[in-house]
Design a binder for this molecule. Structure first.
Ligand SMILES: [Zn+2]
Length: 87
């Protein structure tokens, strides 16, 4: 295991982010869960993204009684990502 290094950020991040929803839902098997946790511990952008997704879910749960359509989530996500990332 090498120390967290942004140069390694790439495929691992894509895999981690691809599992993020299931990670937040607690649906991942322990082996995958450990991999995600290990990655998040070493990768600040993914940690940031995970907490962002978590907050987004909390907002959606609070404001919408019914489950929002995935398209809405995508639009919120894209909007916030645009605001969040500068330059
Ligand atoms: Zn990452």
């Amino acid at each position: 295991m090498s120390a967290g290094d942004n140069a390694e950020c790439g495929t691992q991040c894509q895999e981690a982010l691809a599992q993020l929803e299931r990670y937040l839902d607690g649906e991942l098997p322990n082996t995958t869960l450990d991999e995600i946790k290990t990655h998040l511990a070493a990768c600040y952008p993914c940690t940031d993204r995970a907490s962002f997704e978590e907050q987004l879910r909390a907002i959606v749960r609070r404001d919408c009684v019914d489950a929002p359509p995935p398209s809405l989530l995508v639009r919120i996500r894209e909007h916030l990502a645009t605001v969040h990332i500068e330059g």
